[in-house]
Design a protein around this ligand. Sequence first.
Ligand code: GLN
Length: 534
Amino acid sequence: MTKYIFITGGVVSSLGKGIVAASLGRLLRARGFSVINQKFDPYINVDPGTMSPFQHGEVFVTDDGAETDLDLGHYERFTDTNLGKLNNVTSGSVYQTVINKERRGDYLGGTVQVIPHITNEIKARIHGATKQFKPDFQLIEVGGTIGDIESLPFIEAIRQFKTEIGIGNAVSVHTTLLPYLPTSGELKTKPSQHSVNVLRSYGIQPEILVCRTSRSIPKTEKDKLALFCSLSKEAVFECKDMKSIYEVPLALEDQHMADVILDLLRVEKRPANLETWKKLVDTIKNPKRTIKVAIAGKYTKLSDAYISVVESLKHAGFANDAAIEIKWINSEDCVEWDKCKELLSDVQAVVVPGGFGIRGIEGKLNVIKYARTNNLPFLGLCLGMQCAVIEYARNVVGLKGANSKEFDENAAYPVIDLMLEQKNVQAYGGTMRLGAYDCVVKKGTKAHKAYGSDVISERHRHRYEVNHEYLKQLSDAGLVFSGMSPDGMLAEMVELPKLDWFVASQFHPEFKSRPEHPHPLFKGLIDAAVKRVK
Ligand code: GLN
């Protein structure tokens, strides 16, 4: 039978609840249990796919083509488990289902209300994920801060769920912040006490408290938190600020968090195998070298917008005993060639990530031209590959005015065009080419060597593709199409074999990199960068 762990947050947002949920998942996985994470997001958007990265950070894409919250990326990376559509539940999607049922007449004339109809639908989403994955543990994180009006239906659904499933089958973990007051030299527990009180006022008594803190919590303060939050003393955990998020599972393991939870859930304890994870953290803490990698994009003011790219670079760094230093370059600053050269002069590799819209495109083309003409290791992702093709068409093939139809409807040479199945699409939400598709990798290419495989599966999120009409011209001029869709119609990867690492993909490899299994394309990039340093 599946056991449930609910994770809420209080006092402030951005506490790192997602990392706590992912870390706990890792600790259970390390004990041989199967685990899935689920995220409840209280906003009205049906999914984050239509939101600006400036607002929401990255949109994480699953194998089954769901556009989800970036926390799903953390869950997948920490628990090494592929999630899907059912793992991200938004208020918007819940309301959409209920309203569609109402329009169909399913409620037989009844008044449709938040309780019970919305809360029942939320509970159905919990059961739905259980049914699909049949995990030993299902960890459910509620976005936002306790006390928010928006999250109330989720909290009420959880209260009901816990009641229905009975003691010993579900626990609540509440994460809070302990602010430090330098004037009195104290960590203050009051906001956490208040936050637990709010949660209790909704009928949920947490069994576990995790406190984010900048310094160690003295025993007296821990005991105080236990007493005033009605918790046992072993159930209060500290989560100190750490250099790397990958240290968090080990810090919680040191405090026996998973064992305390297993006791509460009446599950027999098992030894944890965290050996490879410990080795990983060791490498992270003691890097032999630092590799400076530029990310030349549009949303560089908010690093969360490229979080999977950043993590993937780090993973490839771990495999090379290297720390990765990111140099954020706003591609608009690269429109001037001299400025572009200057900005790229001190990095050992460059990534041009995915994106939408024309802003900064000419700068990205300059970045790619610089990488190509200076043998600077380069990885292009989705839009990054489309730009690599445009750059090659313009500057090597000689097709002046080559462009993507996304940026110029009347391009003289539309080397990137809307995919056929996209031509009649009107709505924005969930209508791109999304999720995992197979790709055939060409033998003898750098990509083939990196993957060590003839057929791969990678995740997509795009509307445009390389225009088939230009494939021959481009490849005659030396651009190698190292990956194609199985029907040979869609270009999935390009590379320049003479350069150390000039590879770009139409898909998003960053969604599949894991700390213990760095993605081959990112590893190829960092391997090449390390060679350059040596
Ligand atoms: N805007 C491009 C497209 O829709 C690239 C998308 C992306 O980078 N994810 O095809």
